[in-house]
Design a protein around this ligand. Structure first.
Ligand code: HEM
Length: 263
């Protein structure tokens, strides 16, 4: 079989042609001679491919919600949560590279860092982080990726809350009436799960970072943990979906402290 995939016949094509394997499998650029760099680059590639797919499906989910296709949106949102669950599993694979191995080639990565991933930021913006993370986050996005916010004027978050508004029902009532309002209940659960999985991905990335370079080491992107990564665990897309659970507990007679006293 030739290395260059070609269409087979006029209407049929083969596996390598369909998947553009010539491009995919020649995009490994090792900048060091260390054999462990291969795994390091592979994990980044795989995650970037998943980010691309998440972006693709997010566009679809937002359109579905805006046209009240709740069941269809639920199906895809559930998938996005599953993808994030899978994305998180990559950290344990990357942790099979020892910290000593990483230390041997890390300096040669110069200034390259995952924080420069445009797609990662695009996912955050599309889900709606600019609406919840505060002005410092927005400023950083605008500075590093001018035009990114404008590309995505409609977030998943906005589309989500507009559905609840059109149906004139609160989150609390949806959970109380979860079997008659089942589509909205599932929508809220899938959105919660996506947020929770994202958060889990962040936490486990941090645990992996602690293992591979240590908590006091400066990242290749130039930041220290306490100045950057630490603050990212405060980012939630749907804080309301976490917050209203206190109301559920309180409404059922549970003791709940005043908002703001929890930290
Ligand atoms: C040994 C492996 C890794 C280490 C030690 C590491 C370390 C770090 C550090 C220290 C930062 C903070 C910015 C900086 O100064 O560089 C960071 C950010 C980031 N890394 Fe990693 N990383 C690793 C692997 C990965 C992989 C495989 C991905 C996959 C795409 C990734 C994605 C990200 C993202 C998206 C950010 C920005 C997070 C945010 O802004 O919330 N990292 N990483």
């Amino acid at each position: 079989m030739s290395d260059t995939p070609t269409p087979v016949g006029s209407k049929q094509f083969d596996y390598a042609y369909h998947l553009q394997l010539d491009q995919l499998l020649t995009s490994m650029r090792q900048v060091t001679t260390h054999p462990e760099e291969h795994l390091f680059v592979t994990v980044h590639h795989v995650l970037e491919i998943w980010f691309k797919h998440i972006i693709f499906d997010l566009d679809r989910v937002i359109v579905m919600l805006d046209s009240d296709q709740i069941n269809q949106a639920n199906w895809l949102l559930n998938r996005l949560g599953e993808i994030m669950r899978l994305a998180e599993a990559h950290w344990t694979v990357l942790e099979t590279m020892t910290a000593a191995d990483f230390a041997e080639f890390r300096a040669d990565l110069t200034g390259a860092s995952g924080m420069q991933s445009r797609q990662f930021r695009q996912v955050e913006v599309m889900v709606g982080l600019c609406e919840t993370a505060g002005p410092e986050y927005i400023e950083r996005v605008e500075k590093l990726w001018p035009g990114l916010r404008a590309e995505h004027p409609r977030s998943l978050r906005a589309a989500f809350f507009d559905v609840f508004q059109r149906r004139a029902i609160s989150l609390l009532d949806v959970y109380r009436e979860r079997w008659t309002q089942h589509d909205l209940f599932q929508l809220a659960e899938h959105a919660f799960e996506l947020d929770r999985r994202f958060q889990s991905w962040r936490h486990n990335h941090i645990l992996m970072v602690r293992r591979q370079i240590g908590i006091r080491a400066r990242g290749t992107g130039g930041t220290f943990f306490k100045d950057y990564l630490a603050s990212t665990t405060q980012y939630y897309f749907f804080p309301e979906l976490f917050e209203f659970r206190n109301d559920l507990t309180e409404a059922a007679g549970g003791e709940v402290m005043a908002k703001g006293d929890e930290a």
